[in-house]
Ligand binder design. Structure first.
Ligand SMILES: Nc1ncnc2c1ncn2[C@@H]1O[C@H](COP(=O)(O)OP(=O)(O)OP(=O)(O)O)[C@@H](O)[C@H]1O
Ligand SMILES: [Mg+2]
Length: 555
């Protein structure tokens, strides 16, 4: 019923013929120029709410579903991100299985299964059947997901392209039953519709399996699912990932990416916003929402790193009484406080809210990925952009098997998730091309990626990663972030430059040595002639000179 009403409403208001054959009102008549004019009242009839799912169904490219091969990748990625997040939050070493079954030429069935904490039965429909529903949006804590769109969008794309519901199997522990649900998303209302709901036998003690059927394409290359799986396992050495590619029977069964470490990334704390960079509007909203009784306790209680003393100093500098009730603070006063915050000396945010991969594991990951002559890894200290703590890590592999005549390969990561699309629009790329690699002994065309046998890995970890779009493919160009990346790259650059210079010096020396070695017999023959040496004495000269050369190497 509601649906039908919505449909009739949707029709554009057609020019009506008034009863008695009179002509339509002037405002709706075609004008002299042949255009139809609508009145405000006509427009009012067409104005109505748009549900988020209707919006994203039309704008699916914003979520990473703009072509079939990307749709397949995005679906796998959303599922795996969620599995890793859920396991880590529950303190479980993740064991994840990704299966892609090819159903027909253009149709695939993707399954992602984890050993995570499972999902409470009551929550399943909302999580998979409505957009913008999740546990991560309203908090400042490092996780792969943050928006509450990911998996429901993948399910919606599957439904739109194949008409098939999402299949979820989940169990929360040995003493609970496993539930299996089939559900679809009602895009008009952004609400789930449960098609089937039963208790099933399942050999897993706890975990979740999600299956989505979709129109897709399975391709190779840097944007492929295969590349994603390899890169995500590099940045998540604590996870075991089993990957069953399409037509596994043909392509050599499944691949297992084993766990490299048994250490789960350190648990990250949820934090309050850091005051530096907080926007005026956000500050005013915080004053309205706070439970604190007065301004001073609001400042020290709702922000990180503001002590009661600093809070008092901020009130003083802003000339607003510390005892003021936050909800009664005027816009002007809020502005004064905002400015006082900017000028106040406030400690950097706590770093326990961010879990870096760490220099040792980055280096180990690079070693596992490529055989190079030299490796370097740098983890920078945490700092802030717009009040959000973040941290940059960079790793570089150089030489060895890497191809020398091409632009270097850059692996970009945000909160341990590889970013495969929109390389050109990403802050990481901007920082790489903006670094002067010539001073680090690499060739670099103006404003482009450096050229040479190198693989660069850059990771940004933050409680809130500023992506340029909902599809989470590229990082926005915040100057603070670009600066930190550049500092990390420069550190790697300095180390690789030392290595390259040393290698060049060694190569130079080896060349000279080879030259001298070649002429030692000639010198001995010359001496033999001038000094009338015997053959034995000549050979002794050769041996002596070779010995001098060898000893000079030891020096
Ligand atoms: N495999 C899983 N195990 C346990 N909980 C899950 C799992 N998958 C999803 N969830 C829960 O469902 C919520 C919604 O997931 P969804 O992917 O839609 O959004 P998100 O991960 O919060 O953010 P994003 O849109 O950035 O991915 C999550 O926040 C999480 O609480
Ligand atoms: Mg997610």
């Amino acid at each position: 019923m509601a649906d039908r009403r919505a449909q009739t409403k949707r029709k554009p208001a057609a020019p009506r013929k008034a009863p008695g054959g009179r002509r339509a009102p002037a405002a709706q008549r075609a004008t002299a120029a042949g255009r139809t004019r609508s009145t405000a009242a006509d427009l009012a009839k067409q104005q109505r709410d748009i549900s988020v799912s209707e919006f994203f169904a039309k704008n699916r490219h914003l979520l990473g579903f703009d072509n079939p091969s990307k749709a397949l990748l995005t679906t796998v990625k959303e599922g795996v991100d969620n599995s890793l997040d859920a396991c880590e939050e529950a303190g479980i070493l993740p064991t994840v299985r990704v299966e892609i079954h090819q159903v027909s030429e253009t149709r695939f069935r993707v399954a992602i299964e984890d050993n995570g904490p499972g999902i409470v039965r009551k929550q399943v429909p909302k999580i998979f059947g409505s957009l913008l529903y999740g546990s991560k949006f309203h908090r400042l804590r490092q996780s792969r997901g943050q928006q509450g769109i990911g998996i429901s969008a993948a399910g919606m794309y599957g439904l739109l392209t194949t008409g098939r519901p999402v299949l979820i199997t989940t169990r929360t522990g040995r003493t609970s039953e496993a539930h299996q649900l089939e559900l679809v998303i009602d895009t008009r209302k952004n609400e789930p519709k449960v098609k089937r709901d039963e208790v099933v036998p399942w050999d897993r003690e706890h975990g979740t399996r999600v299956e989505i059927e979709l129109e897709g394409a399975y391709r190779g290359g840097q944007h492929s699912v295969d590349a994603y799986i390899r890169q995500i396992s590099l940045a998540n050495p604590h996870a075991e990932i089993t990957y069953v590619p399409p037509r596994a029977e043909e392509h050599g069964a499944s691949h297992v990416f084993p766990r490299v470490t048994d250490a789960i990334p350190p648990e990250t704390a949820e934090i309050k916003p850091h005051p530096y960079g907080v926007e005026l509007g956000v500050l005013m909203q915080m004053f309205r929402d706070t439970r604190a009784r007065n301004l001073k306790s609001c400042l020290s209680g709702d922000f990180s790193r503001i002590s009661p003393r600093t809070a008092g100093a901020i009130c003083g500098a802003a000339r607003v009484a510390p005892t003021r009730r936050p909800s009664e603070i005027s816009r002007e006063e809020a502005e004064q406080i905002h400015q006082a915050i900017r000028k106040a000396k406030i400690m950097a945010p706590p770093t326990d809210c961010i879990a870096p991969i760490g220099e040792a594991l980055i280096e180990a990951a690079l070693r596992a990925e490529v055989k190079a002559d030299f490796y370097a890894a740098v983890t920078r200290r945490a700092t802030v952009y717009r009040g959000n703590p973040f941290l940059v890590e960079a790793g570089l592999a150089y030489g060895g098997d890497l191809p020398g005549e091409e632009p270097i390969t850059v692996y970009r990561y945000a909160n341990r998730v590889p970013l495969q699309y929109q390389q050109g629009g990403c802050a990481i790329t901007r920082a790489v091309t903006g670094t002067d690699w010539k001073s680090y002994q690499l060739q670099q065309p103006r404003g482009a990626l450096p050229i040479g046998p190198a693989l660069l890995m850059v990771h940004i970890a933050s409680v809130w990663v500023p992506f340029t779009s909902e599809s989470k493919e590229a990082i926005a160009h915040y100057p603070e972030i670009i600066k930190e990346i550049r500092l990390g790259l420069q550190e790697c650059g300095r180390r690789v430059a030392t290595h390259i210079r040393r290698r060049r010096r060694d190569a130079d020396e080896a060349k000279k040595r080879a030259y001298i070695e070649r002429y030692i017999p000639q010198v001995a023959i010359g001496l033999q002639k001038i000094l009338e040496l015997s053959d034995g004495e000549r050979d002794q000269v050769v041996a002596n000179l070779a010995d001098v050369l060898a000893r000079s190497r030891k020096m």
